[in-house]
Design a protein around this ligand. Structure first.
Ligand code: XBP
Ligand code: MG
Length: 253
């Protein structure tokens, strides 16, 4: 007999909301300008940089691959962390201005889970403050309390595609992976979740639509709404036209 569905675990960036192009990217550029750096992360370049998860890790990757002659100060890690902290401030400012809405079907699914006693958790690479500010700004001022576990950022030593953040979330929930479903939008995300033995639903976005989602239980363009059907790219959604808990339970098996 299959396990009972106990929890939904959500990635944040790209999954709950399209945060990257008009949120994180813009915030990085504002922090660079403020620091007197003439770096500009265009929409296209940012797509390439997104292969590296984590803002500090992404800055380091950019320097190594695009500006190899840039002279870092002796405390390179501290300097990058400072630049990243300024970026976080700008990002939160953008979020609190309401710049980034939830993706289709997200609010409906969260509310359905709450109504039916299915627990909610977050497993994200972004900083905890960013995740919480997005929840407050895009869902509701009290939405942080909807999530029993918010596993985020440097709470684990290695970022996605490493499974550490999902292991952390599962341990904090005290659940087996067979009792949970993960929601992701990217190749790194599906790797992290499936390496933790979680069945994974992908809702891709413009930056990730060409990614390899091998291992995902279902690949969708978005979660859908009763009046806004999803498109199934891979996997079996039965006769569902939007993602609901009955479909989640069928996938858990
Ligand atoms: C999200 C990320 C994050 C954000 C930026 O990945 O990689 O680094 O782009 O956030 P995922 P920070 O959706 O797989 O969690 O700058 O706070 O790292
Ligand atoms: Mg993501």
């Amino acid at each position: 007999m299959g396990k009972k569905l106990q929890a939904l675990i959500f990635d944040v960036d790209g999954t709950l909301a399209d945060t990257e192009r008009d949120g994180h990217r813009v915030a990085f550029n504002r922090a660079f300008a403020e620091a007197g750096l003439n770096w500009s992360w265009t929409v296209e370049l940012y797509g390439k940089l997104l292969t590296v998860a984590g803002g500090k890790e992404r800055i380091r990757y950019y320097l190594q691959n695009y500006l190899p002659d840039f002279e870092l100060p002796p405390d390179a890690s501290g300097w990058i962390a400072g630049l990243h902290a300024a970026k976080t401030q700008h990002y939160q400012q953008l979020l609190s201005e309401g710049a980034i809405p939830l993706r289709p079907g997200v609010r409906r699914l969260l509310e359905e889970a709450r109504d039916q006693g299915v627990r909610l958790a977050i497993a994200t690479t972004t900083a905890p403050d960013n995740a919480e500010t997005l929840l407050k700004a895009a869902i509701a001022p009290e939405a942080v309390s909807w999530f029993e576990v918010i596993a985020a950022g440097d709470i684990v030593p290695a970022k996605k595609p490493d499974p550490a953040i999902y292991h952390y979330a599962l341990k904090a929930l005290d659940l087996y992976p067979e009792e949970c479903l993960a929601f992701e939008d990217s190749h790194q995300g599906v790797l992290a979740a499936t390496r933790s033995n979680l069945k994974t639903i992908i809702t891709f976005n413009d930056y990730t639509r060409q990614h390899d989602f091998n291992g995902a239980a279902l690949v969708l363009d978005h979660l859908g709404e009763p009046d806004q059907p999803f498109t199934v790219i891979a996997g079996d959604a039965g006769d569902a036209t939007h993602f609901h808990l009955e479909l989640a339970r069928n996938i858990i098996g």
